[in-house]
Design a binder for this molecule. Structure first.
Ligand SMILES: [Fe+2]
Length: 135
């Protein structure tokens, strides 16, 4: 798979969140490189650590603004965040059980997250956040 490059189609027009979303692309690219070299183990645990941090701090920041700005799709959005957290925990369990193909499945899931959540669900808050002065 080719390297994913950041472009405007990923932007939610809030600087801080764009920067944090770039980490997801970075994780995907690193995992991809690792699968090609059969050197996945360390990369998988790095990725899961970063996904855990992302889930804790990034989701909280987004959700705090949603509450503050009375964003109407807050509950739906929050449910997708919960799903990401559950999926991350699922992957951690697979690592403990020494399952195979985790890197490949992680790349697939993070690609799905990029398209579905970041380019879909996240972009819906742009108007509300910008209107409230958050860029
Ligand atoms: Fe989000």
């Amino acid at each position: 798979m080719e390297l994913i490059k950041w472009d405007k189609t990923f932007s939610v027009n809030v600087l801080r969140f764009d920067e944090e979303h770039k980490n997801i692309i970075l994780i995907i690219n690193r995992l991809n490189a690792a699968t090609q070299k059969n050197d996945e183990r360390e990369r998988v645990s790095d990725a899961l650590n970063e996904m855990t941090l992302y889930a804790i701090s990034h989701f909280k920041a987004e959700e705090d603004y949603m509450t503050r700005f009375e964003y109407p799709e807050y509950e739906l959005h929050k449910e997708e965040h919960r799903e990401f957290t559950r999926t991350t925990i699922g992957f951690c369990k697979r690592v403990m059980n020494r399952n195979d193909n985790i890197a490949y499945d992680l790349v697939e899931y993070l690609n799905y997250w990029l398209t579905n959540h970041i380019q879909g669900t996240d972009k819906k808050y742009t108007e509300c956040f910008n209107k409230n002065g958050l860029y």
